[in-house]
Design a protein around this ligand. Structure first.
Ligand SMILES: [Mn+2]
Length: 292
């Protein structure tokens, strides 16, 4: 079975491929490389609606679906206090309201997965000054409010665990952490996502955690252990596609390498062709076993 691949647009912008500056060129490059979709910036208050529609329609005309709506947090959020785990109720509520606007945006696009995480405004390492139980309590409240808003709008919401050096050190760093929150909130539209770069740091076997997430695995961020193109680090991508194939994973893998290197065309072309090679190798292995 062939997997679906997407490209995270805000990441591409870091390598000179800003879709809002030169949409046709960037989208054409993604489509030509063979991708199925794009993950687009969730900035309903910052990106002009007409411009947004223009870009998504252009993507559609090139055969690219909107695979995901990417919430912006931490260093990406240009100063806004979007912190779903904050103990400051006004900050937490501000972040939840931001999410509701993003869910409306996603609903208007037919319901691509909306991606959330917990990132503090002032990063503390190796310990958080806020007790981890407090952070969890705050985040669970936010996730419940977000999921209750998203469910009737048919928008899946995925929690992305972030490694301790970028997110809260000790809170919501692993897929296991995220699954425990999904289980507690218990609203059907809420699930997890796995970013292989983060999970390679914080989780054990990638296959084990993907299987543990099962049908709650709503999205994947694709990067190797060095946060570069798959195939350039030490993640076993043949095993990754073997596991996803066994799980009958039908959602997207969205390319999330920071910064994209060495140049956009090589980066985009190499990443998808490497993953397609892994899929071919898996298919060949299956035939060898069957012919035995
Ligand atoms: Mn990611």
């Amino acid at each position: 079975m062939a997997f679906k691949y997407s490209v995270i647009l805000p990441v591409l912008a870091l390598g000179g491929g800003d879709v809002w500056e030169r949409p046709r060129e960037v989208l054409q490059m993604i489509a030509s490389a063979g991708y199925d979709g794009i993950d687009i910036d969730a900035e309903p208050d910052r990106i002009d609606q007409r411009r947004f529609r223009e870009v998504t329609e252009m993507a559609g005309s090139l055969g690219l679906k909107v695979a995901g709506v990417l919430g912006a947090w931490g260093t990406w959020h240009a100063g806004e206090q979007r912190d779903l785990a904050s103990s400051d109720e006004s900050v937490r509520q501000y972040a939840v309201n931001y999410c509701k606007k993003c869910i409306d945006l996603s609903a208007s696009l037919g319901g691509p997965v909306f991606q959330i995480m917990a990132v503090c405004f002032h990063h503390e390492y190796p310990f958080c000054s806020t007790p981890l139980g407090t952070l969890r309590h705050n985040f669970v409240r936010s996730a419940k409010e977000i999921a209750d808003y998203a469910a009737p709008r048919q928008v899946p919401v995925a929690i992305e665990p972030i490694n301790r050096f970028e997110g809260y050190a000790g809170f919501l760093n692993s897929v296991v952490d995220a699954m425990s929150i999904v289980d507690e909130v218990d609203v059907s539209c809420l699930g997890v996502m796995i970013d292989f770069f983060h999970a390679n740091i914080e989780d054990g076997s990638l296959s084990d955690v993907m299987r543990m997430a099962g049908n709650k695995l709503l999205h994947i961020h694709l990067a190797d252990s060095n946060r570069q193109a798959p195939g350039t680090g030490h993640i076993d991508f043949l095993q990754v596609v073997r596991t996803l194939s066994a799980m009958e994973y039908k959602r997207y893998m969205a390319l999330d390498c920071i910064p994209p290197r060495p140049d956009l065309e090589t980066f985009l072309g190499y990443s998808i062709s490497y993953m397609r090679e892994m899929e071919k190798a898996l298919a060949l292995q299956k035939r060898l076993y069957e012919s035995h």
